[in-house]
Design a protein around this ligand. Structure first.
Ligand code: T3D
Length: 258
């Protein structure tokens, strides 16, 4: 598709969504949000098995482009951030979360504000060693948005998430790894190859099983009994898949006598 601020590419079962405003560290502007909505139309219509989310240049995503808010504020006009969120950010985060595919974020550089929210839509986050996660919201007098208030405590614990939100703090890639936000770190030059390798390993697996794992693990059941019931229902469906049947046949068939 002819996008200007993003790129969407496809290679078999792997799709790549690349934020492409490198001079602004991929900060989000309205036309870019519109392109992301179109990209999601395409991804929803034909879901890949794996979606890679990454940024062009030295940043991943610096969050909302603040220069887009400048004219209104400089003119003394009111800005309606609630409307901005309900019209753009909230659907974006909701739709990424609802995609029936595995999402890998390859955080190639700084992720700030809503950029952290985007990274948190991923099931697995890989990061370059020089990546940083900056809770920029606080610095500009805002609270966390783009799903960060929901997803960050879930990943790193509520105390750490709150302290980061209160201080507008930043964590480096190593801390993000230590705190479980990131799955693995790579040298910047190796990140794309490592991401591709992970994506290829995933597409060799069962898409249905991955969807089930995602459903079971991302939305925590309210009780053990509820979890057991959901597991049984998932497993019941997966037991009928070609993937499972072929794997059992391959693994457990009696070996020919020598
Ligand atoms: O508005 C709504 O709808 C509500 C939603 C809000 C959600 C949010 O995301 S709020 C948070 C917004 N983001 C920020 O406040 C981050 C601002 N940026 C920074 O603090 C720094 O740029 C970074 C720490 C991210 C990176 O620092 P550094 O030193 O590596 O790079 P830099 O030189 O600051 O940035 C490079 C260029 O990108 C620079 O432009 P220039 O000087 O080369 O012309 C910089 O101004 C620009 N840039 C970076 N972030 C933004 C941005 N331009 C506009 N908006 C940005 N968010």
């Amino acid at each position: 598709a002819p996008f200007e601020h993003i790129r969407l590419t496809r290679d078999g079962a792997i799709a790549r969504l690349i934020l492409n405003r490198p001079a602004r560290l991929n900060a989000l502007i309205r036309p870019m949000q519109a392109e992301l909505a179109t990209a999601l139309d395409l991804l929803e219509a034909e879901p890949p098995q794996v979606l890679i989310l990454t940024g062009e240049g030295r940043g991943f995503c610096a969050g909302q482009d603040l220069t887009e808010r400048y004219p209104q504020i400089a003119a003394g006009e009111a800005v309606h951030l609630g409307a901005s969120l309900t019209q753009t950010y909230n659907p974006l985060i909701r739709r990424l979360n609802a995609l029936p595919c595995v999402i890998i974020a390859a955080v190639n550089g700084v992720a700030a504000g809503a950029g952290i929210g985007l990274a948190l839509t991923a099931d697995i986050i890989l990061a370059a060693r020089q990546a940083r996660f900056l809770m920029a919201f606080g610095k500009v007098g805002l609270g966390p948005d783009a799903g960060v208030s929901w997803a960050l405590p879930e990943r790193i614990g509520s105390r750490r998430a709150l302290a980061l939100a209160l201080t507008g703090g930043r964590i480096d890639a190593q801390t993000a790894l230590d705190w479980g936000l990131v799955w693995a770190l790579h040298d910047a030059d190796d990140l794309a190859a490592a991401t591709q390798e992970l994506a290829l390993a995933l597409v060799a697996g069962s898409a249905q099983a991955q969807r089930a794992a995602k459903q079971l693990l991302r939305e925590k059941a309210p009780s053990l009994d509820a979890a057991l019931a959901r597991e049984s229902a998932c497993q019941d469906a997966l037991g009928h898949t070609d993937f499972y049947r072929a794997a059992v046949l391959a693994f457990a068939a009696p070996k020919p006598a020598r």
